[in-house]
Design a protein around this ligand. Sequence first.
Ligand code: HEM
Length: 137
Amino acid sequence: MKILTPITALLMMVGSIAPIRAEEETPLAKQMEATSDAMKALAKETDPVKGAALARESQDSVIKGMALVPAMIEKMPAGAEKAKAIADYRKMMSQAAAIFCDIEIAFIDKKLDEVAKLVTDAKALKKKGHEKYIEEE
Ligand code: HEM
């Protein structure tokens, strides 16, 4: 039994660290990670059916993320500025959803050069959204 004690202690430490990490990620960050994974995969995809499916995955996570509010906006005091920021955030996310719909259409049409162009547009929108709505640490 004695030999198991340090192992048990180690397992308890690992078990206590894992939930702390999970709590750090906001539900929005989780959807953003899913969008990022799908976008990276579709950028490398040459099969139209697989590419279209990945484009739909990215649309789904963007739409789920649109229903959430960035941590930075959440902290703003209630009022017109906050309401405008939420509407603007949703507008940008709907633009992202539209780009991923265009990517799906481009895959269906087997236009891979068009996919590459649209991925560049999505990355530019991501940069703009992050500059606006992620707080600098
Ligand atoms: C279009 C492609 C996009 C991708 C692939 C993407 C990806 C990501 C990733 C990987 C994170 C980090 C998650 C983490 O904390 O580990 C993140 C966070 C975040 N992104 Fe995006 N993003 C995109 C578009 C946007 C747009 C358009 C906006 C704003 C209109 C936006 C707003 C945010 C915010 C606010 C966070 C921080 C999470 C929070 O506040 O809870 N993103 N994104």
